[in-house]
Design a protein around this ligand. Structure first.
Ligand code: AHR
Length: 521
């Protein structure tokens, strides 16, 4: 498209539409004015289920070994307390484990019993390192308890058997006497853990077995059949969904196995380059910034495409669309093991995360779980560690801001479109979510992806009187601002003073490249 036609299209849009966040509804507006946002507190939407803010811990690089699971002063393995404490502050609703690709490679019985008796495993998928299996089922469940979160187990379909998966389910959940429950007790856990969320394979179109959807749909039903109910404990069965926008996979799964699926797990990463050269996490300019912002928006198209298929087979929306892996995937940090997927995390990653979370929230009627990849030291991490030291990434702070939306009620809004342009490229400048907590407090998160221009937003709140506004902001001077072990607080939240109330109108001065969380009472 030429620059002239782009500009014409943009002008037409500016003159002719408002964007209703979450539904795509549009109405008219004049160009040049402050952005107008109408917040409909009088017509509440669905619950933003907290599981949208889920996490993912794979046996990959320094996520488990060296991240969650470290050697103490006595040389023995232990949970990494500072990491756990930091994560507790963002209320992780769930953690997905043991993979990823590793899930279809993992044999759970190697990770139970006395640690000194466990066999080793060579992690051929990720860096070729030898693991001692010291972090297994009991250790993961101890982590889950410490975090106060829910486990999401992914069982092995690719290289495992139906019996192996069904025995793992029995080991974790059987309340009475059974071979696996007895083995669990012999290993020190009397009570069943009552694990609910259960993935039946991972990326079965790729590292999980390179299957066709037709073949996997049959296999899925076979494996899922042997996850039995034990009283009130019933499996919430998660099928491996398609990569990105592969609609054929979704169609076949919903057609052939939909009745036995509770959630279907789509994976989509945001890359600035391609799978060969993804681009640097820290060394980039505005061109790469713009590409990241444009590609982050693709998530909306992907969700809409899959939702349309799901709506045909499941108009009641019983089956959840899960985005079980998402986030920015860059080239590994220079000098790191390329198989460890260790990357830095800048303000750009934080802004992309906010845009993605807003998209999930807007589709909360169908999207009921998502897991950013991954929690510690891998891809778009919350936390980076170096020996005993740790730092919080800019993305961590976004997750902390968005805790206000966990299990809150989505409030629909319409907003005039603001555009960020760079050369011939353009994308929407503002992204937002509004929600209402049980006590009536309204929270508004707003993101300005435009790194050059501030935007004034005039909010008209319908159906509620508001007399007080407070807020915090995440921003930084540079596009690639990030936290290092020498300067761990380069990107951190500050008090936001750019919001003011006058009568029914709230005016927000959004600085360039910033994320704001507001509390309205
Ligand atoms: O998150 C890293 C890898 O990306 C996961 O193991 C796999 O499921 C995906 O391809």
């Amino acid at each position: 498209m030429t620059r002239a036609s782009l500009l014409a299209g943009r002008a037409a849009r500016l003159l002719a539409r408002y964007v209703l966040l979450g539904t795509g509804h549009t109405t008219a507006e004049s160009a040049g004015a402050p952005q107008r946002l109408i917040l409909n507190a009088d017509t509440p939407g669905p619950t933003i289920i907290r599981h949208i803010y889920g996490h993912f811990a794979e046996h990959l690089g320094l996520d488990i070994y060296g991240g969650f699971w470290i050697r103490g002063d006595d040389g023995g393995w232990q949970l990494n307390r500072p990491v756990i404490e930091a994560l507790r502050r963002i209320n992780p609703p769930n953690v997905r484990w043991p993979g990823g690709c590793f899930a279809d490679y993992y044999h759970w019985k190697d990770g139970i019993g006395p640690r000194e008796d466990r066999p080793t495993i060579v992690n051929n998928l990720w860096g070729g390192v030898t693991e001692d299996n010291s972090f297994g089922t009991h250790e993961f469940m101890a982590l889950v308890e410490e975090l106060g979160t829910e486990p999401v187990i992914v069982g092995n379909v690719g290289s495992g058997t139906v019996q192996e998966m069904s025995q793992w389910w029995e080991y974790m959940n059987h309340p009475g006497q059974s071979p696996m429950a007895d083995l669990r007790r012999a290993n020190g856990q009397d009570e069943p853990w009552n694990v609910k969320y259960w993935g039946v394979g991972n990326e079965s179109w790729g590292c999980g077995g390179n299957m066709t959807p037709e073949y996997y749909a049959d296999l899925y039903k076979r494996f899922a059949t042997y996850l039995h109910n034990y009283g009130d404990v019933r499996p919430y069965r998660i099928a491996a969904g398609p990569p990105g926008d592969n609609l054929h996979w979704m169609e076949v799964m919903m057609r052939d196995a939909g009745q036995m699926i509770d959630g279907i797990d789509v994976h989509h990463y945001t890359l600035v380059g391609d799978w060969t050269i993804k681009g640097s996490a820290t060394d980039f300019g505005e061109r790469e910034w713009m590409i990241a912002m444009q590609r982050a928006r693709r998530m909306d198209d992907i969700i809409r495409g899959h939702s349309a298929i799901m709506d045909r087979y499941d108009p009641q929306k019983r089956v959840a669309l899960i985005i079980g892996e998402w986030g920015m995937w860059h080239d590994p940090a220079p000098g790191s093991n390329p198989g460890f997927l260790y990357q830095q995390n800048t303000l750009r990653d934080a802004i992309v995360a906010a845009v993605q979370l807003d998209i999930f929230n807007a589709h909360a009627d169908r999207v009921r779980m998502a897991n950013i990849a991954q929690t510690v030291n891998v891809l778009q991490a919350m936390i980076l560690t170096e020996g005993d030291a740790m730092l919080l990434t800019p993305t961590y702070h976004v997750f902390e801001f968005y805790t206000v939306h966990h299990d809150a009620t989505l409030l629909p809004m319409t907003m005039s479109e603001a555009t960020y342009t760079f050369g011939d490229e353009e994308t929407e400048a503002i992204s937002a979510t509004a929600s209402q907590a049980e006590d009536g407090t309204i929270h508004l998160t707003l993101t300005n992806v435009d790194p050059n221009s501030g935007h004034t937003i005039s909010v008209d709140i319908r159906g509620r009187e508001v007399s007080q506004v407070t807020g915090r902001i995440l921003t930084a001077a540079d596009l690639n601002a990030h936290n290092t072990f020498d300067a761990p607080e380069t990107v951190k939240p500050e008090v936001f003073s750019g919001a003011r109330l006058a009568g029914d109108t709230l005016t927000i001065e959004m600085p360039p490249k910033s994320i704001v969380v507001l509390e309205l009472r």
